[in-house]
Design a protein around this ligand. Structure first.
Ligand code: GRF
Length: 221
């Protein structure tokens, strides 16, 4: 029976994603392109940046996607990190976002935010985690001299780059590489991997068991 006070959410079970950026937005572009090519069955409800000059905002505008800037340096509005995270979550919820995709969003999210989106915040990182978390992962790998590095898509927890791994893929490090050539090869892999991982998450049929994200049908990407 329908409850008039609690009408069903027309967006529930939906495929609306919110993308958070801070910079150039090439992963955002890969997501936009995958949606457009119908390789990713999702709707980008909003793109939010913490920086007004993020190049990714233009990419979103060109694609006709709503954009929003929430400037974390606006201390009059966001006195604390939690204040910022509360507002960020509110804006995403207002747009019925069910999966939040970090694409070069250079801020650590607090539990105030993460509790609003349990197992529904995902990030892409340019290394084979748990190797080389944090910033400049491509440089860390190159400088360490590993022969393989790669890209990882993982659920976001309060541990930096530490949540359950959704998908990862390897990239060779060649003797002739400098950091830039290596980073470019990793980025290409990211653009391939992120839409696939978002599709996997939106499709459901997975669960988190301890640290492990397990696909229930045992399929592999
Ligand atoms: C990517 O390397 C991503 O892995 C990392 O930040 C970078 C964002 O690049 N988290 P872009 O803004 O998507 O081009």
């Amino acid at each position: 029976m329908k409850d008039p006070k609690n009408p069903p959410d027309p967006y529930s079970g939906g495929r609306r994603i919110g993308v958070l950026i801070s910079g150039r937005g090439s992963n955002l572009q890969a997501i936009i392109d995958a949606v457009r090519a119908k390789e990713l069955n999702a709707e980008i409800a909003v793109v939010i940046s913490n920086k007004a000059d993020a190049g990714g905002l233009k990419r979103a505008e060109q694609a006709g996607i709503e954009t929003l800037v929430l400037d974390h340096q606006d201390k009059a509005t966001f006195a604390t990190r939690e204040d910022y995270d509360r507002e960020l979550a509110r804006e995403l919820k207002a747009r019925h976002v069910s999966l939040v995709c970090l694409a070069g969003f250079m801020r650590v999210l607090t539990s105030v935010f993460l509790e609003q989106f349990p197992e529904a915040v995902v990030n892409i990182h340019p290394s084979l985690l748990p190797a080389f978390p944090g910033t400049n992962a491509q440089y860390q790998a190159w400088e360490h001299g590993v022969k393989w590095t790669g890209a990882t898509v993982h659920l976001v927890t309060t541990e930096l780059d530490g949540g359950p791994i959704v998908l990862q893929d390897a990239v060779p490090v060649r003797d002739a590489d400098d950091v830039d050539t290596l980073a470019a090869r990793i980025l290409e892999k990211e653009h391939y991997l992120y839409p696939l991982a978002i599709q996997l998450l939106l499709n459901g049929e997975w669960k988190v068991n301890g640290r492990r994200l397990i696909r229930e049908r045992g399929s592999s990407a």
